[in-house]
Write a new protein. Structure first.
Length: 395
């Protein structure tokens, strides 16, 4: 642990000190990492603290220090000889990717590993520490404003606990994965987390994240164009999307299709006077651009998330099979398949392009699921339990 002469914990605030710490950490086979950040008032998360630990060193890094260049940290993140261990890694990786332009590699996410090892769906860090180490983490500092300085000793202790206990959690999960022959399962999941495509959403795809019931081609074209405009504005201004334009306003614009200032001013979700702002002018221009699209180029409705009529019973059977599979193999159901996977398997069968029909998931659940919808597997009660029974093939 990096300590001052008085024995109090201190944070690294200079590039030289960071480079020395990263050089020492790079000697380890693995390091544990966590970040603290704020993003309530910004689009991009504001990195406020970085915690790292190896078997011999525990480090707190102050990204807000004026004299600190994070380049040594990013070089460590890119060091392929050191496994980077996170818990619920996605947001941490997103921050590192945004600031450093890279994806840490290789990585090990203990939350995902815990699901593969049967610890339940998306288990929290403190629950995982409790179950593996029988240690109760003090959570009284979890609502800290990490941008404030100085941080108290109690807050620093809380921050370090996020990486110190993580070492033992990692070793326990790694051993269980190897013991049960599931290391390759986790590798497939980490490949997704290490993919740039996981973090780089193109603004033109922003509309797909909106939960809308719009179905007309012109409405969808406006929805797509306005959502893309909002995404670019939020990124360039570094403000939350809702600060630029709320979802309800996007939906109303797509439905009402205002082509001029007067029409925009009549919308319920548009603040008074906003139509005369530069944003209002941009909205009108964007609406007209969307309406000018050739009909053949207008987007189609995204696939319905609910089951088409007639597939409901098949989906319910697949849910039962999924639970049976998860319980039998000690794997969290959520990491095997989600509701969309089940819906698409029920409606599309072998043609469904879903994670549940590839890799280890296919062997574990995908093949039995396909057999179930083909009538080659039946579910039956055996005493008080339900079991899957493979039926003899008819010649």
């Amino acid at each position: 642990m990096i300590l001052s002469m008085s024995g109090k914990k201190i944070m690294i605030e200079t590039t030289t000190a960071l480079a020395e710490a990263c050089k020492e950490l790079a000697k380890s086979d693995f390091i544990t990492i966590d970040t603290e950040f704020l993003r309530e008032t910004t689009f991009w998360p504001q990195l406020c603290l970085v915690q790292m630990a190896s078997s011999t060193l525990e480090v707190l890094v102050d990204p807000l220090a004026k004299d600190l260049d994070l380049t040594p940290l990013f070089e460590l993140m890119a060091d392929a000889s050191v496994i980077k261990v996170f818990h619920a890694a996605r947001q941490d990786i997103e921050i590192i990717h945004h600031l450093g332009g890279l994806i840490p590699h290789p990585i090990f996410d203990t939350q995902v590993a815990a699901m593969v090892c049967g610890f339940g769906d998306s288990i929290s860090y403190d629950q995982l520490v409790q179950r593996i180490k029988n240690v109760q983490i003090d959570k009284s500092s979890r609502f800290t404003d990490w941008s404030r300085r100085p941080l108290t000793e109690k807050q620093l202790d809380y921050a370090l606990a996020d990486v110190t206990h993580l070492r033992d959690v990692y070793l326990a999960l790694q051993a269980q994965l190897e013991r049960e022959g599931r290391s390759s399962w986790l590798k497939e999941e980490m490949d997704i987390l290490e993919s740039v495509e996981t973090y780089d959403m193109h603004p033109d795809d922003a509309w797909l994240r909106l939960k809308s019931r719009l179905r007309k081609p012109t409405e969808l074209a406006i929805l797509k164009f306005i959502a893309a405009w909002r995404e670019r504005e939020a990124r360039s201004r570094n403000v939350p999307r809702s600060r630029v334009l709320k979802d309800d306003a996007i939906f109303e614009i797509a439905q009402q299709q205002p082509k001029d200032t007067e029409a925009l001013s009549r919308l319920r979700t548009i603040p008074k006077g906003w139509e005369r702002s530069s944003s209002g002018a941009a909205i009108i221009e964007t609406v007209n651009a969307a309406l000018a699209l050739p009909k053949a180029d207008m987007p189609h409705p995204p696939r319905q998330s609910h089951s088409p009529e007639g597939n409901g019973a098949a989906v319910e059977l697949l849910k039962v099979l999924l639970k049976l599979t998860a319980d039998k193999h000690g794997v969290a159901a959520k990491v095997i398949a989600n509701s969309e996977d089940l819906d698409r398997i029920a409606s599309e069968g072998e043609e469904a392009v879903v994670p549940a029909l590839s890799g280890w998931r296919r062997d574990l659940f995908g093949e039995p699921a396909l057999k179930l919808i083909r009538g080659e597997v039946a579910l039956r009660f055996a005493g008080k339990k339900v079991e899957a029974l493979e039926l003899p093939q008819q010649i």
